[in-house]
Structure formats: C-alpha cells, structure tokens
Ligand binder design. Structure first.
Ligand code: PLP
Length: 362
C-alpha cells in the first residue's frame, strides 16, 4: 500500500490514522466476538453498548445539559434541511434563516417548500465573504426558530460566536465545524452535523436536540421523519448505520485523548494561523476569499492571480502528496479543508509548498 497523503478534501475528509488503525485491528473480530461490527445485529448487546458509548461521549465532549437528546440519523445533513421544517414549521409559522453561504441557501430552498421563511441576513450579494455580528441581526418576534450555518464549508466563512436569538430556538447546521472548539450548548435548541467532515464516515448524521422541542412536533408525520420516534427508539426505529456509529465512537475516543474540544481549538487555531499567515505574507499572490473576521478555521479558501495558476497549483501540490485542494466548482480557486484530523505537519507542508510556488510564479 502507498503512504498516506495529506488529504485536504472538504468531505468525506481525513480520519485520524489512529482511528483507522484501530478499526482495521478490529475489523474481522470486534471485542473478541469473531464477527465484524458490520456483521452484528443492531439489537445485540454488543452494538447497543457501542451506540450508548458514542452517545455518552458526545454528551461529554459537547458538554450537553441533561435535557438534550443525542440522535444518530441517516440521509446526511442535507436531509435535515427538510426534516427540520417538517417537524417545526407546521401551520402558518415563519422561521428566520441566516444565509452566509451555499449550504444555508440550500436549507432555505427546502424550508420554503414546507412553510414561511424570512431571510434575516444574506451574504450572497457580496459573494458570501462575511458573517453578521450579533448586533446586526434582528429576528421576527414570532419566529418558530432561527436557522444558521456555523461554518460554511464551500465559502470558508465561520461564526466565531454562539448565536443568541433572545429566546427563539436556535437551530444550527454545524456539519463542518462540530467539535472543532468548545460551544455553549445551552444556546442551541438543535444542532446537526453530517459526520463526514469532523466526526467519522458519511452516512451518519448527528442531531442534538433539546427535549422541550418534542412537544411542538405535529402528529401526522411519517414515523421516520419524526424526531420523537428516534428519541423513543434510541435512534433505532430501524437499522441504523452501525459501522458509521462505531467509527464515530472511535473518533470520540481520539478526541478525548487529544484534550477534547478545547484541545482541538488550540490545534485548529494554530493550523489556521499558519495558513492565513502564508496567504497574508504573499504580497497579494494568494488572495483570501473571506473577510478577516469571518475566516474559517476549517475551510481556508483563496484565489491565485489566474485560473491557469490555480490549476497548476493543484497539479504540483498533488506531486507533494497534498491532495484535493481544488475549490468547490461554485466558488473556484483553492480550498484547504483542515478539519480536526488534519495534522499540523500537513498544514506546515502545504505552507512550505505555497511559499515555493509563490516565489516561482509570483
Ligand atoms: C457537507 C455539508 C452539508 C451536506 O452534508 P450531506 O451529509 O452530504 O447531506 C450540509 N451542510 C454543511 C455545512 C456541510 O458542510
């Protein structure tokens, strides 16, 4: 097998090597059972223990109060764009949406099919380069909830604070920065995240929701679209993604060993600083996409002087084992995704390459 490379993919993204090695060592026989995790019943004690462990570790890592449920769903984060309004935007209610990038815009599109949406901030006209400050935001007094995307993966802009909506339930798509830093969980009514950026493989969606929300859900929903059913059945009204939940549990172990989300924050800030410094010190060769205050610690987006140079940048980076640096087709340019599992050496290697490339082509 060839060496592992530094994979800057936005998702599915790098997993910690230690996690993959542990999974490999247990692949054929988990916990001495003679069976792979993929082969055991989701109703077995063995799997229930895995799921319960994962749930407990998430509660601990996110510092969740007792009145929050931890659910493992399927259908990806994008499925939540529909499931959320189906559960919480019934009747003639309105929800407030903050749109700071491509994902938030998609969430609006789906919510509008279900109910009324009021867009209280949109960064679209200025190219999704910024996030609003708390003071800039005014919410509808009767909003059913406020929805925002804490980190816009494609555009590379991130909220640096936990939103406060003055008592209106706050719903957050945290797919690409969950567990990257401590949050004040009590500020949120619902947090969701596809696992494939910071938590594990694709196919599992983590949903954290506050208990009092359950009382607002209408009774006519199909069972598998009703959060209450997942709460009641412990995330297993049907067969969950057993393998994905198992890997997520291993990632939680890794996070805990690395100092939890506070440890991650220190490391992520250091990694992002290396990269943004290289951009800022390039005399304009590398041009950051995001405004300074909104710069994402997870997805670093920037342009080069020409598209031809951007293409060459990616080709030459690949030769140095720096992979998947091409920006999303809707934004172009370069995007380096540096989630929790990206080691600092990976970023340092990229920075070295960037300095060389700029010196040669600037
Ligand atoms: C990746 C991503 C999604 C979509 O996730 P899927 O699991 O593919 O549905 C939604 N929101 C954000 C912020 C993302 O980064």
């Amino acid at each position: 097998m060839s060496e592992r490379i530094y994979n800057f993919s936005a998702g599915p993204a790098m997993l910690p090597t230690e996690v993959l090695e542990r999974a490999e060592s247990e692949l054929l026989s988990h916990a001495g059972s003679g069976m792979s995790v993929m082969e055991i019943s989701h109703r077995s004690k063995q799997f229930e223990t895995i799921l319960e462990n994962a749930r407990q570790k998430i509660k601990e890592l996110l510092n969740l109060p007792e009145n929050y449920h931890v659910l493992f769903l399927q259908g990806g984060a994008a499925f939540q764009f529909s499931m959320i309004p189906m559960n919480f935007l019934a009747g003639n209610q309105t929800a407030d949406y903050i749109v700071t990038g491509v994902w938030g815009k998609k969430a609006v599109k789906e919510a509008k099919k279900i109910g009324n949406v009021s867009i209280v901030f949109s960064g679209e006209e200025t190219g999704f380069r910024s996030v609003p400050t708390q003071e800039e935001l005014n919410f509808s007094s009767d909003a059913a909830y406020v929805h925002y995307t804490s980190n816009e993966t494609i555009d590379g802009v991130e909220f640096k604070y936990d939103l406060d909506a003055g008592g209106i339930p706050v719903f957050c798509d945290a797919s690409s920065n969950i567990m990257s830093r401590p949050i004040d969980a009590e500020k949120y009514a619902l947090i969701y995240a596809g696992a494939q950026k910071n938590l594990g493989p694709s196919g599992v969606t983590l949903v954290v929701l506050r208990d009092d929300l359950l009382g607002k859900i209408p009774d006519n929903l199909p069972s598998l679209l009703d959060y209450r059913v997942f709460v009641k059945e412990g995330s297993m009204p049907n067969t969950p993604n057993t393998w994905g939940i198992y890997l997520l549990d291993l990632v939680c172990d890794w996070l805990k060993a690395k100092g939890g989300v506070a440890g991650m924050q220190r490391e992520n800030e250091a990694k992002a600083r290396l990269l943004y410094d290289a951009i800022d010190k390039s005399d304009g060769f590398y041009r950051p996409h995001a405004e300074r205050e909104a710069r994402s610690l997870m997805n670093v987006t920037f342009r080069l002087p020409t598209e031809e140079l951007e293409e060459r940048f990616c080709v030459e980076a690949e030769k140095e084992n720096l992979s998947n640096l091409k920006g999303h087709r809707s934004v172009g340019g370069i995007r380096a995704s540096i989630y929790n599992a990206m080691p600092r050496e990976g970023v340092a290697t990229l920075v070295k390459f960037m300095n060389h490339f700029a010196a040669k082509n600037g």
